[in-house]
Ligand binder design. Structure first.
Ligand code: FAD
Length: 480
């Protein structure tokens, strides 16, 4: 982690600077400290960097020209989308010799093809705008996450974002048919195909998805669309023990014809923190239970009968002793109140004191074992620490956050961060899991991953990076 240092630009070679200024025009660059400042720090305040210039090209051709000029001068580039990433990937380094390239002005929805179920969008489109444009054409773009009002589709693809509908529709990676990318030498690769089938060699677009800007700059994408759901059923169910969640998930998937969109875990501690610290949250059920599940099913055809099926399924699960209590939202407002509980966990956690966060995944069937084992190990290491596992249980992805012991000194707790994270990551990997399910590696986990990825895998990653970006100008020092 870096020391905080004031934002200021350092001089670029004058010919390069003049070339960039003329390539992007007066609207396309700035070195004004106040304009640059919000771009130089990551959302969690873990990193604060400097940059020689903030460049905001207005087209893929302008991006290509900037990259070509930088490549010739060997000046590195940090691509930046909405700057909502959680691993420092979009923050420039402290030395100040990089160009920060914002995609914000590439914000056109180029086309929507309802018959093909596709849309072609530029990288700087805000995710919510993409969702709204799809909905206006009676289609669904299913990627959905907490930051959707400010993250950009280019950032979503570059981090292979997950979110709350992965169970049904997959990660960002599975929602793309084609890409347009500016390569590290400044060439434009036009891979904007909308084909469902294309077996003509390596699937190159997948290299750039999840690459966190280290292999090239995504300037546009062809996205997959789906029928728009006309029915959404939200339920909140209490269980005593985590294995019951797996059985319930399995029953929900089978009984609904795999219409489960979300299956989120909320522990009692999370609910307590939300109720304690976040105004407007209410306990959806009477009585205290160890764990809760927020379940959402959706259907594109009205009159699908999903509601009745979920009601019947939950009644049977209660009769079987699997579920202790449950409620179904009977209106859009009631559904929003249930989701509010899920969203309020993070706010509640923040208000409770210092926490150490982990974004791990394991095979779905091992989530209960992971939570039990990791909780026991961190509690042995630091008595009083409060593990809180919540999130996308249906994807095997829990946010396993550790909240400081009540009344402890937050700084003393955070001093134990590395040792505690090591326990959590070791446990996830021991169970066949990953230390980064959603957020990527960026700078935060770049070194940590070397402990866990097989040497042959790291070697392949480095070779791909060297093949596409031999001069290491594309977001250097991130991922590999
Ligand atoms: P940025 O933060 O700007 O950049 C992220 C990385 O991508 C950087 O390495 C950057 O260099 C690179 N990059 C950005 N744009 C491009 C481009 N066009 N071409 C090449 N490289 C590029 N993430 C999830 O996966 N699931 C969640 O549920 C989730 N929930 C979140 C909730 C909140 C409240 C917040 C704040 C964040 C959440 N995130 C989540 C993390 C974050 O929102 C995602 O990682 C998001 O996809 C980042 O998009 P962005 O446009 O902000 O990218």
């Amino acid at each position: 982690m870096s020391r905080l240092s004031p934002a200021r630009s350092v001089a670029l070679p004058s010919a390069l600077r003049a070339g960039i200024e003329s390539a992007v025009g007066p609207k396309g660059w700035t070195d004004a400290p106040d304009e640059m400042a919000p771009h130089l720090v990551d959302l969690r305040g873990l990193y604060r960097g400097r940059a020689a210039l903030l460049v905001r090209p207005g087209s893929a051709a302008e991006v290509a020209e900037v990259v070509r000029l930088c490549a010739a001068a060997r000046v590195p580039i940090v691509p930046q989308g909405g700057n909502t990433g959680l691993v420092g990937g979009a923050t420039p380094h402290e030395h100040g010799g990089e160009i920060l390239l914002s995609l914000a002005r590439l914000d056109r929805i180029r086309s929507i093809d309802a018959l093909d179920y596709t849309m072609t969008v530029e990288a700087g489109c805000i995710l919510r705008r993409v969702q709204e444009a799809a909905a206006a054409a009676d289609r669904l773009f299913p990627l959905s996450l907490g930051a959707e009002g400010s993250c950009q589709i280019g950032g979503n693809l570059s981090t292979n974002a997950g979110g709350i509908a992965v169970l049904r529709y997959g990660n960002a990676r599975e929602l793309v048919l084609g890409l347009e990318v500016v390569l590290p030498d400044g060439r434009i690769w036009d891979g904007l195909r909308s084909l469902r089938k294309d077996n003509t060699g390596y699937d190159l677009k997948q290299l750039f998805i999840g690459a966190e800007g280290t292999l090239g700059i995504i300037t546009a994408a062809v996205l997959k669309l789906f029928p728009r759901p006309h029915e959404r059923i939200t339920a909140f169910a209490a269980i005593d023990a985590l294995p019951a969640a797996l059985e319930l998930l399995s029953r929900c998937r089978t009984a609904s014809g795999d219409a489960v969109t979300s299956f989120e875990l909320i522990p009692r501690l999370g609910l307590d923190l939300a109720l304690r610290h976040v105004a407007g949250t209410t306990d959806p059920l009477a009585g205290r239970h160890a764990h809760y599940l927020l379940i959402e099913l959706s259907a594109s055809a009205p009159g699908s009968g999903l509601r009745e099926r979920l009601e019947g399924l939950l009644a049977q699960a209660m009769a079987d002793g699997l579920v202790r209590d449950a409620t179904l939202a009977d209106s859009e407002a009631a559904s929003r109140r249930l989701w509010r509980v899920r969203e309020a966990i993070v706010e509640g956690e923040r208000a409770e004191g210092a926490s150490v966060k982990h974004d791990v995944s394991v095979p779905v069937s091992r989530v209960p074992r992971f939570i039990e084992l990791a909780s026991r190990r961190v509690e042995d290491a630091l008595p009083g620490v409060r593990p809180m596992a919540f999130g996308h249980l249906g994807d095997g992805n829990v946010h396993f956050n550790l909240i400081q012991p009540a009344g402890a000194d937050p700084r003393a707790f955070l001093d134990r961060r590395e040792a505690l994270s090591r326990i959590v990551h070791d446990t996830a990997v021991e169970l066949g899991g990953s230390i980064s399910a959603e957020h990527g590696l960026g700078r935060l986990k770049r070194d940590e991953i070397r402990r866990y990825k097989p040497a042959v895998e790291l070697d392949m990653m480095r070779r791909i990076k060297a093949a596409l970006d031999p001069d290491d100008i594309m977001n250097p020092g991130k991922v590999v």
